[in-house]
Write a protein that binds this ligand. Structure first.
Ligand SMILES: Cc1ncc(COP(=O)(O)O)c(C=O)c1O
Length: 378
């Protein structure tokens, strides 16, 4: 089976973890500071802070932005459920708007109609690594005095006109889950240029302690910290990040060219000046002869790791259909998500599928994947 994803963990990571273990300083400390420095330099923001994972990065950032119970946050339904759940965790109301069927990202034309007096923020998700239309989103946010948090959990290395994802909104969050472009197993990062916001994030992620640590506490907070054991892996991953991004891009462009021969397969579209980080390569199938589920199963029969990750968009998940069971529902008026209809998200949910795009793919494996498509679509 050609694996769907394949993490690159080498001797460098093993040695770096060993050094931390031998130092006896296992918790968040100087190696985390080094990881933050490398990451913020790469993204181009003034500040970055590590977190335990991408979900806690999102919830920490939302809380630091002042999202309160009952506040609405406009976001994408076509994403990993953590995007929406992080809003619900802090008592916010996820307001799902439809996506564009070519980029799979929220459609900026639909944002203004979704804004109410309860709207406090917009959370675009750069899905599969493809940048959302940040220029238009920031313009709308400015006009309505809203904050923008980029869910960049899949988008390390994506860019718009040369400016990195993670440096385009008021803050951004990243995940270092085991399959991500930079991976540490579990882990997260928040980036921002706003020092006040950054200070509030530090409080929230560390029991309201503030910058200087110790045992004086100033507000309720959590333990959303990262371990230095984990940060050590991140530091080593940063050193080969350029290679990882270039290989993913090379693989994706090779697939784009190959699929241009097939009318029934449409790859996710990169707008002019946009560069996807290609965390996933996810075309959609438009055919009367074969369904998406049939194509995924035929690919697997051929030995190609394939899946359809967001077949069920967030508003169709039981989590949101049963939102009245969530603890904040006692205090917050949630919409009836069963009445929400988002045709493009539902359609792409039913048409997209993912194939291996990871940097360890060999030429022979790519040829074999292409042969499988020729056979399946003949
Ligand atoms: C778009 C998106 N948002 C948020 C998350 C949450 O990150 P984590 O799994 O590190 O908590 C993920 C991770 O898979 C994701 O893909």
């Amino acid at each position: 089976m050609i694996p769907f994803t394949k993490p690159i963990i080498k001797e460098e990571e093993i040695e770096a973890v060993k050094r931390v273990l031998e130092s006896g300083m296992l918790a968040e400390g100087k190696v985390s500071r080094e990881f933050e420095k490398l990451f913020s330099e790469f993204v181009g923001t003034k500040f970055a802070t590590v977190t335990s994972n991408g979900t806690t990065a999102l919830s920490t950032a939302l809380e630091a932005m002042g999202i309160q119970p009952g506040d609405e946050v406009i976001t994408s339904p076509f994403t990993f459920i953590a995007s929406a759940n992080s809003i619900a965790m802090v008592g916010g109301i996820p307001i799902f708007i439809d996506i564009k069927p070519d980029t799979y990202n929220i459609d900026p034309d639909l944002i203004e109609a979704a804004i109410t007096e309860k709207t406090k923020a917009i959370m675009p998700v750069h899905i599969f690594g493809m940048p959302a239309d940040m220029k238009r989103i920031m313009k709308i946010a400015e006009k309505h005095d809203l904050q923008v948090i980029e869910d960049a959990c899949q988008a390390h290395g994506g860019s718009i006109n040369g400016k990195q994802i993670g440096n385009l909104g008021h803050c951004a969050t990243f995940s270092f889950y085991a399959t991500k472009n930079i991976l540490t197993g579990e882990g997260g990062m928040i980036t921002t240029n706003d020092e006040e916001l950054y200070d509030r994030m530090l409080m929230i992620k560390n029991h309201g302690r503030g910058k200087h640590g110790g045992y004086s506490h100033y507000q309720i907070g959590y333990n959303n910290r990262m371990m230095d054991i984990v940060a050590a892996i991140g530091v080593e991953q940063m050193k080969r990040f350029e290679f990882v991004i270039n290989e993913r891009r090379k693989n994706a462009l090779e697939y784009d060219k190959f699929f241009s021969e097939f009318d029934e397969i449409k790859p996710q579209v990169e707008d002019d000046g946009f560069q996807s980080a290609y965390h996933l390569y996810a075309p959609s199938i438009y055919s009367d002869k074969i369904t998406r589920d049939e194509i995924v199963s035929a690919l697997r029969d051929e030995g190609v790791g394939s899946r359809a990750v967001y077949a069920l968009p967030c508003h169709k998940q039981d989590t949101y259909l049963n939102i009245q069971q969530w603890r904040w529902a006692k205090f917050v008026d949630y919409p009836d998500y069963s009445k929400v209809s988002l045709p493009h998200a539902e359609e792409i949910g039913a048409r997209h599928f993912d194939i291996p795009v990871h940097p360890s793919l060999t030429g022979a494996e790519k040829d074999s994947i292409k042969d499988s498509f020729r056979k399946i679509l003949a």
